[in-house]
Design a protein around this ligand. Structure first.
Ligand code: ATR
Length: 287
């Protein structure tokens, strides 16, 4: 059994609830494999206690923390510095402590980009994306795609006003490449015909409501890459349909692994062993 010493560096995951988080085993297996004296631990914390816990971590032997629901926005008030992309996204999922100071980052969008590249060979530059949804994950992915030079980022959401506001913000703060798409099948089909990559960033299709699609099946063509950020189940109805139609499917677990790998590098200045992270995630897939 691993036994920490006074030299061990800690990394916390701050969120609530954290019962099913894959991040602790994913990071700890890499620390073990690379023989690094680090320990990653889940810390369930309420909104009320977030500032106190964070301040205490800064005084202890913590290298940093990951931050998840519901604290990704609230944590920003406690930081000394903010990375430019995280500031534009407006949410933080990774914090590094160095020389008594804290700096916030957001690796969610980067995780998506690296997973897409690995699975499909596509990098965002010069490509046309259609995103469904408009939550926190959409923001991170859309802003990161724009920052990486995507030709077009189209956003379609059930609540259309949110998609309009996000597209406007991307155009103003990152690059003029975003448009909002009306939430009806005619507009969705026209946008899909223009797009090369379709991305579900909603929770539609997630366990236990697995038998639903986030957008009409008719949007999918064989030439599309179809990505889903839902990873429970691993094979969503959307991805199954995409494969049946001959399209390339990109699974949500890849984003989970690669956002973790990017955070690992921020915490430790070393590259993560992504193969080991994937092994751990595979266990989750197999249940
Ligand atoms: P997160 O911040 O974790 O990405 P979220 O804030 O819950 O998640 O956002 C979920 C997104 O999925 C929202 O854009 C939501 O649409 P609304 O803005 O209209 O609420 C979208 N979503 C969730 N359930 C949906 C459903 N059944 N049909 C269509 N969109 C849905």
């Amino acid at each position: 059994m691993f036994s920490p010493t006074v030299h061990t560096r800690f990394i916390a995951l701050l969120g609530n609830p954290l019962g099913h988080s894959i991040s602790p085993p994913m990071h700890n297996r890499v620390f073990e494999k690379l023989e690094m004296d680090y320990c990653y631990l889940p810390v369930e914390v309420t909104a009320e206690d977030l500032g106190t816990v964070f301040a205490a971590m800064k005084k202890m032997n913590f290298a940093g923390c990951n931050v998840t629901i519901p604290h990704k926005l609230a944590i920003m008030a406690h930081l000394d510095e903010l990375d430019d992309l995280a500031e534009t996204i407006g949410a933080v999922n990774t914090v590094r402590f160095q020389n008594g100071r804290s700096k916030g980052f957001n690796t969610d969008g980067e995780g998506f980009v690296r997973s897409l590249q690995e699975e499909s060979g596509i990098t965002p530059k010069g490509h046309r994306f259609l995103l469904f949804g408009c939550g926190g994950a959409t923001r991170a992915i859309a802003m990161t795609l724009a920052a990486h030079g995507a030709e077009r980022v189209m956003i379609c959401n059930r609540t259309e006003a949110k998609a309009e506001a996000l597209a406007e913000e991307i155009n103003r703060r990152v690059r003029p490449c975003a448009t909002s798409i009306a939430c009806n099948s005619k507009a969705q089909l026209a946008a899909a015909a223009e797009a090369e990559i379709l991305v579900n960033t909603t929770s539609v299709g997630m366990h236990p409501n697995e038998d639903v699609m986030p957008f009409p099946e008719a949007c999918i063509e064989a030439r599309h890459v179809v990505a889903d950020i839902v990873y429970n189940p691993w094979m969503t109805k959307l991805l199954r349909t995409a494969e049946e139609k001959g399209a390339k499917a990109v699974h949500g677990l890849g984003m989970l692994v690669w956002q973790g790998a990017a955070a690992f590098q921020i915490f430790t200045d070393r590259e993560a062993d992504v193969a080991v992270m994937k092994e751990e995630v595979e266990k989750l897939r197999k249940g």
